[in-house]
Design a binder for this molecule. Structure first.
Ligand code: F1X
Ligand code: MG
Length: 220
């Protein structure tokens, strides 16, 4: 891709792990997670995906997520809708938490203070009578399930821009909301997100959460 688009920039999980900076500039930028769900992959647990997002002028233009083991290709293009294997995606219209299936991921930090906050956020949602809370080991696929209406909300602290970029376009084009955990606009580099089929549901979840600080992708 670099050969074909020499002026484009690339942000990718493995490049970042090797020390490359994750800065989103106005230049056309591919934002890539080659394998989301690596732990699942190692265990042959089948939620594994490739995620590719594309931004221009810091605006997300399209996203492609391939659920390898199920051969499902999720696509979304700004203003043109979201699809799974060609079938149009539509989020759920759920606004009642007691009828909502909520997805999250644990996040990479496992120190006692972070785990306490993570568990306490889950406890808050369960106390608020969320119908179910699930962790599937791939934030990109969890976000695709939200875009398909199979789940009603998603939240996480500790995910990265390559987990979010493609899925954000797909969810928005399926009619959903992707926002910051403060209730404000999404910041792709902030390592935190709330997404839902409806603004009411996203706001309910955001209000229930305590912040877990993971820093920013563009300051690492
Ligand atoms: O390393 P991988 O396989 O790309 O990430 C797996 C994963 O569950 O861990 C991240 C942090 O919790 C999630 O955002 C992501 O989906
Ligand atoms: Mg990932």
């Amino acid at each position: 891709m670099q050969k074909r688009f020499p002026s484009h920039r690339f942000i990718a999980e493995e490049a970042a792990a090797a020390g490359a900076k994750c800065v989103l500039t106005p230049s056309p930028t591919w934002i890539i997670d080659p394998i989301d769900g690596t732990c699942n992959f190692v265990h042959r647990f089948p939620t594994v995906a490739v995620s590719i997002g594309f931004a221009v002028n810091q605006e997300l233009e399209f996203g492609v997520i391939y659920h390898c083991t199920e051969e499902r290709l999720y696509t979304g293009r700004r203003g043109r809708g979201a699809f799974c294997n060609g079938q149009r995606l539509q989020v759920s219209g759920e606004t009642d938490l007691s009828k909502a299936l909520v997805l999250t991921e644990i996040g990479p930090k496992r120190d006692p203070a972070t785990l306490k906050l993570f568990l306490s956020n889950m406890e808050r949602l369960l106390h608020a009578k969320a119908h179910g809370v699930r962790v599937i080991g791939s934030s990109t696929l969890a976000l695709c399930l939200l875009a398909s209406g199979a789940a009603d909300a998603y939240y996480q602290f500790g995910l990265h821009c390559w987990d979010l970029a493609a899925a954000t376009v797909i969810i928005r084009e399926a009619g959903g909301i992707v926002m910051d955990t403060s209730g404000g606009p999404l910041d792709l580099m902030s390592c935190r997100v709330v997404a839902a089929g409806t603004r009411e549901m996203a706001t309910l979840i955001a209000q229930a959460l305590q912040t877990i600080n993971y820093g920013r992708d563009d300051e690492k």
